[in-house]
Design a protein. Structure first.
Length: 247
């Protein structure tokens, strides 16, 4: 496998909205996959983007069992992916966008592996993540989704507040005022703080100012154009965005 060539192909697919076929020629294991992801993100940074955060995937134990894996996967967020709360995102530039509700952390101190995650947290907020696999039909292997920066496409963060008990908060996802998904923060490894601790383990260390998306609290749902999306996390508040072609 040519790491540079695959990173370029994934980057081009995202920029031009043209899906890739998976299968032969892709990464064969997670080590190769993360090498491709690093090269993919490096291309974005070379264009002037800057890293803003860290995201986790497979934080549902049921999803881990379904995929036959025993650990989380992770990707990187950049400032180009950030969507203002209440802002508009241009889904016409995406291949097959989906959205999911999450919990976001803002770090106030460096979080190292084995450290106290709560002590490093400056604030917590409800969040929405827009995902968009660059593989045809949203079908991919585990190494392929890792190489594709875990399908990262955009994220919106609601109002920040002081962290409290996050273990079992109700989560609602609404599209155009209709309740689409319900869940709980307990779906995120039993507690989003466990996901944050895992993020530090996977990253080696997370610096102050980093935004961490702890993982989806419900299933992701398709995100058509002209849609208003709102996520509510009990005790944390709401975050919303609208899709359209004039972002």
């Amino acid at each position: 496998m040519n790491i540079t060539a695959l990173a370029e192909a994934l980057d081009t697919a995202a920029r031009e909205g043209r899906p890739l076929a998976g299968g032969d020629g892709g990464p064969k294991d997670t080590d190769e996959a993360y090498a491709v992801q690093e090269a993919l993100v490096a291309r974005r940074l070379a264009r002037g983007e800057r890293l803003t955060g860290f995201k986790l995937g497979f934080t549902s134990r049921a999803k881990m069992r379904q995929m036959g894996v025993s650990d989380l996967i992770h990707g990187r967020l950049t400032d180009r992916m950030a969507i203002p709360d209440g802002g508009r995102v241009d889904t016409s530039a995406l291949i097959h966008p989906r959205v999911e509700p999450e919990v976001a952390f803002l770090l106030g101190d460096t979080l190292r592996p084995g450290g106290d995650p709560l002590a490093a947290v400056a604030a917590v907020a409800p969040a929405l993540e827009v995902i968009d696999s660059r593989y045809h039909g949203f079908r991919f292997s585990l190494p392929e989704v890792i190489a594709d920066n875990t399908s990262a496409a955009g994220y919106a963060v609601g109002p920040w507040s002081a962290p409290g008990d996050l273990d079992n908060l109700g989560v609602l996802l609404e599209l155009d005022g209709r309740l689409t998904e319900t869940g709980s923060t307990a779906a995120i490894l039993g507690s989003p703080l466990r996901a944050l601790a895992a993020a530090a383990r996977l990253a080696g260390a997370l610096e102050p100012g980093t935004v961490v998306l702890a993982g989806a609290a419900t299933a992701a749902v398709p995100l058509p154009p002209g849609t208003h999306v709102r996520a509510t996390v009990a005790g944390l508040g709401t975050v919303h965005l609208t899709t359209g072609e004039d972002a």
